[in-house]
Ligand binder design. Sequence first.
Ligand SMILES: Cc1ncc(COP(=O)(O)O)c(C=O)c1O
Length: 420
Amino acid sequence: MKDHGSAIASGSEALHRDWDIEALRAETPGCRNVTHFNNAGCGLLTTPVLDTVLGHLKLEAEIGGYEASAARAAEIGEFHTEVAALINAAPRNIAFAGSATHAYANALSAIPFAPGDTILTTRDDFVSNQIAFLSLRKRFGVSIVHAPDSPEGGVDVAAMAGLMRSLRPRLVSATHIPTNSGLVSPVAEIGRHCRELDLLYLVDACQSVGQYPIDVAGIGCDLLTATCRKFLRGPRASGFLYVSDRFLRAGYEPLFIDMHGARWTAPDRYRAVDSAARFEEWEFPYATVLGSAAAVRYARNIGIEAIAHRTPALAARLRRALEPIPGVRVLDRGPRLGALVTFAVDGWEPQQFKAAVDARSINSALSFREFAQFDFGTKNVDWCLRLSPHYYNTEEEVDEVAAAVSEILHPSRDALRGPR
Ligand SMILES: Cc1ncc(COP(=O)(O)O)c(C=O)c1O
């Protein structure tokens, strides 16, 4: 096994880097057990991330939790510098969050919605975001407007821009890549219109961070949320919120701000801190924070441009292999498709089909209509299987996964004779 330095040549790599996939897999213990095509759920941890998390828990056990975080303060601060470098921001604009959903809710809580306000979003915004908007409608009487799709799939940006001009929404929201399809939304194009019209813009980059370069300045968003566990391959229960200086300067703060996000300056007053730390809480899962910093560093060392080249290409190969299989309907639509491959099959119950995939040690995920009311309504499906490769998967695995789907749907005579 090569050391970490040789497996992931340091520094940003050229687009067509020479991948040493075997070295990357050697430092991904899970590759020995499973064919992991559920990176959109949770990427496989690398050895450096695992060692970092376990090492800190051990230190906490040995010297005490508060003492361990004090001893590792400099490394803990690297969470903010690594994430900032990843998305072209400054460390002061990054807040750690326990999940992307927590980051998103916290961001929404900072906007003082009032009856008559409009939230303008897309038909592909993430399920929990849509539920949060409906909850805001129930409590504050905001209206929710969904921009229409273009005929090829994904939001019609021109129509959305028209709605921005006519409705002057209190908030514009878009999900870069939804949970339920490979669609990559044009978040920077949407952002250009938001900036022209000076509208608040919130982007959910949960599925794209670690898969594609994210440039918050280029996107022009005020707020951006993401998790570390998916394509960044960090530990579970970690994510972040980017908060622009524009948003901070305007004085927005989360509804439930605590002693880390604010100073109690007098018995009847508090003052929010200047940075995005106002969206954090006092208590941190430090082992997870350190592990997340290690995961972001690992991804950056590989090179996000290189990942953005390889990972969607593996997904495209998988779609090409699945499409000709009778009974398979590949569902991903849109001008640009990422690493989430979704397909429906004829004549199977969802759990039954997934169990057949599981039985081959292939990790996958199910998506249901209730995750994607608009998208699955348009596609007229109640469920689909999602396969999401990442750069450390091999072309051979892609072909084997497609062959497994074919075999499950059309068992060969050999397979009918019983298990091998
Ligand atoms: C597009 C998108 N946004 C948000 C989330 C929520 O992330 P978390 O589970 O970290 O709250 C997910 C999770 O699958 C997602 O796919």
